[in-house]
Structure formats: C-alpha cells, structure tokens
Design a binder for this molecule. Structure first.
Ligand code: 3HC
Length: 685
C-alpha cells in the first residue's frame, strides 16, 4: 500500500500533504502517515514548523466511514489528534474544500488553522448518528465558543470559513494560493511559545450559563424529535463547560461508544451510502456522455411549475416558463418572486442573488419560445389526454436532441412518450411539492428512454441539489405507489373503528412528520376528486361534498383553528360511522399494533413488489425515496432497511398474514418478500 502522506521541506517548514482521493478520508494509512510525519518534523532540527494540507478537492472530510464496524486499526484518530497537538513545534492546518468531522478534529489538534474563503468547516457526525469522537466536542467549544460548537455539533451543518474566522476557529483567511501562504504563516508563528493548544484553553468554556443548553434543546425540539445523537452532542459539549479536558474526553468517548453501538447510527451510516449509491445507474454503457443543458423550459406556471423553475434559476440556469394566459403567467412569476424574497428575508439569499435568479427567468405565452431549450419539463394538469396533447405539440417545436420531461406523479411515461416521434428523448422528472424545497427527484426511465437522456437527468438533478433516484414506469412510481396501500388500509381502518387521530398518532410516533390523514389535509382532500357533490361513494367524497378539502378550507379530516392546529372533528366521526353502518362494517377497538401491521407493513410489501418488478434499481433506492420524499425517519434507515434490521422480515410476513383477509381484495403478497423471509435473507445489507 502506498503511503498517502508525503512530506517536503520549504525552508524550515515541513509540508505534510495527504493524497487520499476522493475526499481525503482519514483511513488507517492516512492516520499512520500523519503520526510518522509529525515525528519526522519533530526529529529534524532543520524544521521549525509544520503545515498539514491536502491535495485534491478537499481537506480531510472525516474519518473513513467504510472502516466503521470493522476491527479498529491503530493508531486510532483520537491518538493522532493528540499527537499533533503535543508536537513541540507549531503545526498549521491549511484548509480548503471541507474540513469535516475527524478532519476538523485534526485541524483542532493543530495549533493554528488557516483557510481559503470558500472552505467549509463542520462536524456532521450527528448525521451519521454519532458525535465528534476524537476530542472534537471538547476542543471545538474551547476554540469557537460554546454556542457555535453546540450549533455545529448538534445540527451537523457546516459553517463557512468567514464565519469560522469570526468565531476564532480559523486564525487567518487566505486569498490566493493556500499552501505557500500557510507556509508563510507557519514561519510567522514559528517562534511563538507557548504553543496554543486547543485542549488547554479554558477562557471560552468558563462561566457558561447552563440555560444555554436547555434553550438550545427547546428551540430545536421538533427537529431533533426521535433522534439519539443530537442530545448526546449537546451533553458532550456541556461537559466541556463543567469538567477539565481530560475528564471531558472520557465522557465524550463513553457517549460516542453508546451511539456507535446503537441501531440509529447503523441506520444513518447505511443511509449515507444509500444516498450516494442512488446516483448510480446500473446498466448504461460506461462511455455514455450526458447532454449539455444550457436552457430549461417549463410548461405551466402553477405551484409545481414555479417551484421547478426556481431550482434551475438558483443553479444559474436560464428558464423559459410558458403559460396559456397572461393572468396565470403573472401569478406564477409573482409566486416565484415572493418565494425568493421570503427566502431572502430568512437570510438564504441576498437581494442581489434574488435579482440575479429572477433575471434568468423568461415568462412567456409563446409556446414556440421553447424551441431553444435543451430540457423542457411539462408541469400541467395531471391528465393523460392533456399531457399527450402537450407532448405532441412539443414534438413539433423542440429542437433535435432536446430532452422532453414530464412531471407526472402517477401517469404512464411510455404512453406520454408515444405521442412524440422521439420517445428516446422522453423521461419522467417527478418533483415533490414544494418543488423548490423537497430534495427528492424521481427520474422515471421509460421503455425507450436513451441512456444519455437518463444520465443527463441524473446529473442535472444533482446540479440543482436534488437527490435523484431512478424509477421504472408503474402507477405512482416508487414513492406514491407505496403510499397507496397505506392509504387504502388507513381508510378501511377508519370504518372498522379507528379514528384519524389514532392512526396519525401511530405514524408520528413512528417518526414520520405526519400521518396519512394529516397528509391528506395538507395536500388537499379534493385532489383527484370527481367534483360531483352528489356522487358520494366513500369518506373522501363525503368530505369533499361539504367542502372539507383540507387545511386550505380550515377543515378536512380534522377541524383547524386559526393557528392551523388540528382538532378531532365530530362531523367527520359521524360521516365515518354512517359509512360503516351503510357498508355493514362492524366497528371494534383497533390496536396500535394492527395499525402498524396494516399501514406500514403493506408499504414494505409494495416496496418488495417494486423490486421484484425491477421498478427500482435496488432496495436502498426505495429507502432514499421514502426518507427524502416523505420524511421517513432516517434513524430507521428507510422502509426496506427497517424491514430487514428493525422489524425483521418474518415478523412482517406474520403480521401481514394475520391481517390478510381484512386487507383483501386490494392486498396480495410480494413473492420476493415471502421468499426472502423464508430463506432468512435481507433486502439491504
Ligand atoms: N469516508 C469514506 N468515504 C467517504 C467519506 C468518508 N468520510 N466521505 C465521502 N466518501 C465517499 C463517498 O461515499 C463517495 O464514494 P463513491 O464515489 O464511491 O460513491 C465519494 O467519497 C465522494 O463523496 P460524495 O459523492 O459525497 O462527494 P461530494 O463532493 O458531493 O461531497 C463531501 C463531498 C462533502 C465530503 C461528502 O462526501 C460528505 O459529506 N462526506 C461525509 C463527511 C462526514 O460525515 N464526515 C464525518 C465522518 S465521521 C467522523 O469523522 C468520526 C470522528 O469524529 C471520530
């Protein structure tokens, strides 16, 4: 194995450089190399100071996650960081790209930190269900202050170099070539003694009011609900304000080990790789080249069309947005501007960024203006005839090689493609609402979609900061298809005796952001309604007929007060009981367990069918869809991971069998699920 760490001298400064692509993760070889380099610098009388830098796209982006769960290889990271800090000569970290996790801990072990302005520094361990376990929770508050450390450790969100500089985490911002400037800085500080050792600093962790921690917990209660790691991070940072460093690291280690051996960390680490795997398309030729996307067209300036456009505008890609009437066009453009301005008020954009984005938007009534677009996304009314009409028309206008995409959430992309003379250029791009916020993008691969079209769709998805996942053509693709059995059974359970709030509570306690009926109220109970108030065939029709269309009307499955808080509705209860009577359904007590077995287990069954039919490339893709599209709790990995590791396939099969009769005729078993359960196999690793 070649040593990823090399050293070279510049005058009396030893430059220690890591070259461990792609992200300079702190693998065993890197750790070993760093210790050797420090020892080399210390032993060499010609060396007065050291600079630790990284080649490639980034400074150390953290511990090597692939080593987690394997037997530890020495030296372990805490020892490496301590060794750097103990060096008798000044060590300067030269930071570019991202100094994350163990990478930031290495930087904190250095006596000084310099960074280019574009660098980001963070402790994302919490997102892996962990905490910075190489002294990070104890050194960071000592250097950057308690509030900054709390924020960084408990949320995992990195900060920019400028903010890091202002907090004291970075000692100098470097404009220009990083390494030569870092060497000059090292020369400047080479004679300064005592060396500033992060672990020895006390000034920023003394006399800290303990209310800081409680306030922080309270302010973030909703965000942290269900997760173990944020609280452990808060506790560890608090220890830094209560105990000397030596005792603090022992507590940190204890908390780290507890988290590492828990199920949440395993699920979150699984998900880290699942997300990255989702970007990969299994079966396209390796030499496939993406098409160039310089201008995007969007048809429809409604909520979806506007939100979709914003993604491209924010990424600096010009958008031509087309509507049928001036009013709708003006309304749509106004909503885009308002959304940007609201984000600007929250500090997410500057006023000039808003103007820049709006300047890239070309609103028009002229369909022909789409002729110079490289990618055209249709976001019109969800109806096959309408979509086919739009695509037929697009076919005559779009330039050769343009990608024609539909934002349909259920419809058959192959049928849509058949209304053009170029089905190879057609793909589904299913954005989730609100389209400018939600990270998931289902990329629907039609039977004739060309490999380069699929590749381009995945690449452009990443460029606009989505998480793209490939799905096959089937009703509802991956996400909505799995939602259907959940909705069917939830509604049946209402008739059989459960209340909307009882069912929703089970889902919220499971970790979902909301339950099926809260979701229906938010999305609109009237979505897909036939619009005939006299035709009442189910509970939904009955609600729609009396304009209980959900939150937008202040009433749906729940009543809403002025603060949009849901309250159980006696009217809805009457409607449910009335239907049950009419249909001869005997009402009974419904247990939490039955709700789980009938509304969550069938989702796993549907996920298995999706895999069996090849509609998802891999089980982990199904998990990515559910975490990013519907807020499945990432600490449970996703439905397929949860089925494997949380619940167990045999238990799920048994639960489904128990309820099979009640779930018929809509329900049928996935053969793949039955097979895997019987053989003791798993969907995920
Ligand atoms: N260990 C192992 N592999 C890693 C890794 C890590 N820490 N970080 C990234 N990789 C791999 C990815 O899996 C991916 O591999 P692939 O090409 O085979 O799919 C490759 O590096 C490139 O990663 P991305 O696709 O994510 O590249 P981006 O350029 O989009 O993002 C990044 C780069 C911001 C560094 C992002 O990869 C990232 O956030 N990495 C994780 C950072 C992290 O969580 N660090 C903390 C680790 S835990 C720790 O340090 C514990 C310590 O406190 C004891």
């Amino acid at each position: 194995m070649t040593n990823p760490i090399s050293t070279r001298k510049h005058g009396d400064v030893l430059i220690v450089e890591s070259n461990n692509p792609p992200v300079n993760a702190l693998s065993a070889a890197v750790r070993q190399g760093l210790v050797e380099a420090i020892e080399q610098g210390e032993a060499d009388d010609g060396v007065k100071a050291l600079v630790i830098a990284c080649e490639g796209q980034t400074f150390f982006a953290g511990a090597d996650i692939t080593e987690f769960g394997k037997p530890p290889v020495m030296p372990w990271l805490p020892e490496v960081v301590d060794r750097i800090e103990a060096c008798s000569k000044p060590v300067v970290a030269a930071i570019h790209g991202t100094a994350l996790g163990g990478g930031l801990e290495v930087a904190l072990g250095c006596h000084y930190r310099v960074a280019v302005p574009s660098a980001k520094l963070g402790t994302p361990e919490v997102k892996l269900g962990l905490l910075p376990g190489a002294g990070g929770t104890q050194r960071l508050p000592r250097v950057a202050g308690v509030e900054k450390a709390l924020q960084m450790c408990a949320t995992g969100n990195p900060i920019g170099a400028k903010e890091a500089y202002e907090s004291g985490l970075v000692d100098r911002l470097i404009e220009g070539d990083l390494v030569p400037h870092a060497v000059a800085y090292a020369e400047e500080v080479s004679d300064v003694r005592p060396l500033p050792r992060s672990s020895e600093r006390q000034d920023r962790v003394e006399n800290v009011d303990a209310s800081v921690f409680d306030d922080f917990r309270k302010a973030n209660g909703r965000k942290f609900r269900g997760f173990d790691a944020p609280d452990a991070n808060i506790r560890a940072v608090k220890v830094a304000t209560e105990k000397p460093y030596g005792e603090g690291v022992i507590e940190e280690r204890k908390l780290f080990m507890e988290l590492m051996s828990g199920g949440q960390a395993k699920a979150q680490q699984y998900f880290f790789f699942a997300e990255r795997k989702a970007a990969k398309i299994d079966d396209i030729p390796e030499d496939t080249k993406p098409r160039d996307i310089k201008r995007v067209g969007v048809i429809g300036a409604g909520t979806m069309g506007g939100g979709i456009s914003m993604n491209f505008l924010s990424a600096g890609i010009p958008v031509t947005i087309v509507e049928m009437g001036q009013d709708a066009l003006d309304r749509g453009t106004g909503v885009v501007r308002n959304n940007y301005e609201a984000s600007a008020t929250k500090g997410r954009f500057t006023a000039s960024q808003v103007e820049q984005a709006m300047g890239l938007l070309n609103p028009t009534l002229d369909f022909d203006a789409l002729a110079d677009c490289d990618l055209i996304i249709e976001a019109v009314y969800e109806n096959m005839d309408v979509k086919k009409e739009v695509f037929g028309r697009l076919d005559t206008i779009a330039k050769p090689g343009a990608i024609l995409a539909s934002n349909t959430s259920y419809l058959n992309v192959d049928e849509i493609a058949s209304s053009t003379s170029r089905p190879q250029d057609v793909v589904g791009l299913h954005f989730f609402s609100p389209a400018n916020i939600m990270k998931l993008l289902e990329v629907v691969r039609g039977a004739k979609t060309a490999p380069d079209v699929l590749l381009t769709a995945m690449r452009i998805g990443k460029k606009i900061r989505k998480v793209p996942v490939v799905a096959g053509v089937c009703h509802g693709f991956i996400g909505n298809r799995m939602l259907m059995p959940r909705q069917v059974e939830a509604t049946k359970l209402l008739l059989e005796g459960a209340s909307p709030e009882q069912i929703d509570k089970v889902h919220v306690e499971f970790g979902m952001p909301m339950g099926p009926f809260q979701m229906a109220d938010l999305a609109g109970v009237d979505i897909g309604w036939h619009r005939d108030p006299n035709r009442i065939e189910n509970i939904r029709d009955a609600l729609c007929a009396i304009e209980r269309w959900g939150q937008k009307k202040g009433a749906g499955f729940y009543d809403y007060d002025e603060a949009r808080r849901p309250n159980p509705s006696p009217v809805v209860q009457d409607i449910i009981e009335d239907f049950a009577k009419k249909q001869g359904v005997e009402r009974r007590e419904i247990s939490t367990q039955e709700i789980v077995e009938r509304t969550i287990y069938p989702m796993v069954n549907e996920g298995a069918k999706i895999l069996e039919e090849g509609m998802a490339q891999r089980a982990s893709d199904v998990d990515v869809v559910w975490v990013y599209g519907y807020g499945w709790p990432v600490y449970r990995g996703g439905p397929m991971y949860w089925a494997d590791h949380g619940e167990g396939l045999q238990k799920i099969v048994d639960g489904l069998k128990r309820n099979e009769e009640r779930m018929k005729p809509e329900f049928s078993f996935s053969k793949l699920l039955l097979d895997k359960a019987e053989k003791g196999e798993r969907f995920t690793r």
